[in-house]
Design a protein around this ligand. Structure first.
Ligand code: PMP
Length: 347
């Protein structure tokens, strides 16, 4: 979801952005009016995420998936090796992509229990000479979330935060690279936000495509070619909305309360079961099921009739998944929690 006030503002500005006589969709990315939008958006993100001066914010096309390749292209050359924690679908895909470019050590995996848990720090087998350690902080499909930041010593942390970025404060200084496809908590699809420790850039593989080079992107301020202008403008509007919610600290409280509404119902239920281990539960994606496939199907069918959409779980997990990203109002989660209770009483 995108916040309704954001969509309304975008609609109001659609044909004539603040007296410019143009839609943001029509602007040259080099025009004064657009460069202002771009700079303001970047500054807002830096402020809201408290990005230190050591780091740069980049906007790169290709979504999070393109970063699965960009990360090894840019970083693996240091030692030729990297550590990956595989705790779900996307960290597995990132690991497979990286294997093309170097030697990969699986530092942790939750595959033995169908990714229902997050390995703890003492279970990480770090190789010591890795160029970086990669993990995914929220596993969108499985509904698990890391509740700690891994300690990796001098090995830079690289994190895919696609599905929980901006849902809570993050100490950016701990990370070498943070990246996120924007389409969950930030903006409509079309760009990945990359926050990179500038000292890590500039050692990319010689065959790195120019647009995947962090150094090229830093030096060109993400404008080596035409960036996804409209998506970046929308991100700016979402960041303004986030300010009205108390920024990332405000959002942390809101999202914890929202998720608790659903998890409390699941914990009280004799029919519904949360898929993830309690200690690893995600506040963004709540995965749950009943004891039978038939009841799951009936639940989804009845929920869909009432206007709840996208509740079917991913085929790797089955059951249901409620994605309750930042823009989902508490009211929407309350309605779903009520429906879960009513469904159990009726059945
Ligand atoms: N990582 C995570 C955690 C995701 O949830 C997704 C998309 N669902 C991706 C990566 C892939 O993102 P994109 O479609 O932007 O490539």
């Amino acid at each position: 979801m995108l916040p309704l006030p954001v969509l309304e503002q975008a609609a109001a500005e659609l044909t004539n952005y603040r007296g410019s006589g143009m839609s943001v969709m029509e602007m040259s990315h080099r025009s004064k009016v657009y460069v202002e939008i771009f700079n303001e958006t970047k500054a807002k993100l830096k402020r809201i995420m408290q990005v230190p001066d050591t780091h740069e914010v980049l906007f790169m096309a290709g979504g999070a998936t393109m970063q699965f390749a960009a990360v090894p292209f840019n970083l693996i050359g240091k030692t030729g090796k990297a550590d990956y924690a595989v705790t779900g679908n996307f960290s597995g895909l990132a690991m497979k992509e990286a294997k093309k470019y170097g030697e990969i050590n699986i530092a942790a995996s939750s595959e033995d229990k169908n990714h229902t848990y997050i390995p703890q720090q003492d279970a990480l087998s770090l190789s010591g000479d890795a160029s970086y350690f990669h993990y995914c902080s929220n596993n969108t499909i499985y509904g698990t979330e890391w509740n700690y930041v891994p300690e990796t010593g001098d090995v830079p942390l690289v994190c895919d935060m696609s599905s929980n970025i901006l849902s809570k404060p993050v100490d950016v200084s701990k990370y070498g690279v943070i990246y996120a496809g924007v389409q969950k908590n930030m903006a409509p699809a079309g760009v990945a936000v990359v926050i990179i420790d500038k000292s890590l850039a500039g050692n990319e593989h010689p065959l790195t495509p120019k647009l995947l080079s962090y150094k090229v992107m830093i030096d060109s301020d993400s404008m080596h070619n035409t960036p996804p202008c409209y998506t970046i403008y929308m991100l700016g509007l979402v960041l303004d909305w986030l300010d009205t919610q108390g920024g990332t600290a405000g959002m942390e409280k809101i999202k914890s309360d929202k998720a608790k509404l659903l998890y409390d119902v699941l914990d009280d239920s004799k029919m519904f079961i949360g898929c993830a281990d309690k200690a690893a539960r995600s506040d963004m994606n709540v995965t749950f099921r009943t004891t039978s496939d038939e009841l799951d199907a009936q639940f989804i069918k009845e929920a869909t009739k009432l206007g709840f959409v996208n509740l079917k779980g991913h085929r790797n997990v089955g059951g249901m998944r409620a994605s309750i990203y930042n823009a989902m109002p508490t009211e929407g989660v309350k309605k779903l929690a009520d429906f879960v209770r009513e469904f159990e009483a009726k059945n």
